[in-house]
Each structure stands twice: as structure tokens, then as C-alpha cells.
Design a protein around this ligand. Structure first.
Ligand SMILES: [Zn+2]
Ligand SMILES: [Zn+2]
Length: 196
């Protein structure tokens, strides 16, 4: 078994950044960072990016997503990350230059394997935290090439596009309006609201 040492200095630096965002470091942040480092390898990209070439669909929010962000430079705030809330610690990366996409998720046996990398650790949480940092990628993560069923172009939309909802009058950006018999409505006024 070869322990991951190649990108260890980089990993340590990224974990420090991730922990600083949270005031703590946890196994899910490590998983997020390791997914990001794996994406750099799979797509031969220099990450974390300063441009918007890589896009990430994370399947849960929280610590995992921040680990992914720190390692890749994909952020909700930069519109290079989107939450597909499936309650899964998993992420799909899309290279916008080549349309190549990979979904990465934890190996189903990762927790079992982890114990052999931190045998001295009696508390499981700490065993995962430490082991996930040194486990070889093939024991920690699974990967599969995928193609999207959603339009990344539509998700990203175009800058400076704005309309006003005929119902509430609020401004809608990113072409999220719904046309209803020639009338332009926001999702909420069209009946698809998350509040009332
Ligand atoms: Zn955490
Ligand atoms: Zn409205």
C-alpha cells in the first residue's frame, strides 16, 4: 500500500485554510479537499483555480463543500459551485473547456480501511480525520466519468440579464424567470415557492 505523500504539503496547507473557515478541522473537510486534489489530477488542472474553468456540483453543503472550495477554487460566491442537495458526500466536477466530467464519492470501504492507517486512534472520528489525510486515493475515493443531464450553460446563464416579475415587481437575474402566457413571473409568483 502506498501512502499518499506527493501532495502532502499542499494538502496540509489546504486543510489549514479549510479549518480556518470553520474554526475546526473534520473528516468531511478532508474528504472535500482530497476530492479537489483528485480532480486536479484527473483533469490535469492547476488548482485551486483563479479562473472559472472548473465547475463543481456538490451533493451536500457544510464542511465537505468548503473542503472542495478551498482545494479547487470553486465557490458558491464565484458561481463555480452549485448545491444539488442529495444529502450525499459526493461531487461532480466539470471542465468547462473540454466538457469532461467526473463524479467522485467516498469509497464504500473507506471507513474500514481508515482504521489500518490510524491504528493507535481509539476514537473513530479522530481515526477518520487522520487516516483520510494519508490514505491512498484508490482506498479513499471512487470516481466515474459522467455526462450531465442539466445544462451548465443555463445554470451559469449570462451576466447583466435582468427582468422584473409582473407579480411582485422584484428583479430576477440569471434567466430564472418563468414565462406564463407572455407574462414574466418569478418562481415564487409562478407558484413554485419555498416560503409562504
Ligand atoms: Zn466540520
Ligand atoms: Zn414575483
Amino acid at each position: 500500500m502506498s501512502v499518499m505523500t506527493d501532495c502532502l504539503p499542499n494538502l496540509t496547507m489546504l486543510l489549514e485554510q479549510s479549518a480556518a473557515l470553520h474554526n475546526h478541522l473534520c473528516p468531511r473537510q478532508v474528504l472535500g479537499v482530497r476530492c479537489g486534489l483528485y480532480a486536479a489530477e484527473l483533469l490535469s488542472l492547476d488548482l485551486p483555480q483563479s479562473d472559472k474553468r472548473l465547475f463543481a456540483f456538490v451533493e451536500t453543503d457544510g464542511c465537505f463543500a468548503d473542503g472542495v472550495s478551498v482545494a479547487t477554487g470553486c465557490w458558491f460566491g464565484r458561481r463555480t459551485m452549485r448545491l444539488m442537495d442529495e444529502g450525499k458526500v459526493a461531487v461532480t466536477f466539470v471542465d468547462r473547456h473540454t466538457d469532461q466530467a467526473f463524479r467522485i464519492w467516498p469509497h464504500p470501504q473507506a471507513r474500514t480501511y481508515a482504521h489500518s492507517y490510524a491504528p493507535e486512534e481509539t476514537k473513530r472520528w479522530y481515526a477518520y480525520l487522520n487516516a483520510y489525510q494519508i490514505m491512498p486515493t484508490e482506498e479513499l475515493l471512487c470516481v466515474r466519468p459522467v455526462s450531465l443531464t442539466v445544462s451548465l450553460k443555463a445554470i451559469i446563464s449570462r451576466p447583466h440579464v435582468r427582468v422584473h416579475c409582473s407579480g411582485c415587481g422584484e428583479e430576477i437575474i440569471n434567466e430564472r424567470e418563468i414565462m406564463h402566457e407572455e407574462i414574466c413571473l418569478c418562481r415564487s409568483c409562478a407558484g413554485d415557492s419555498y416560503y409562504h
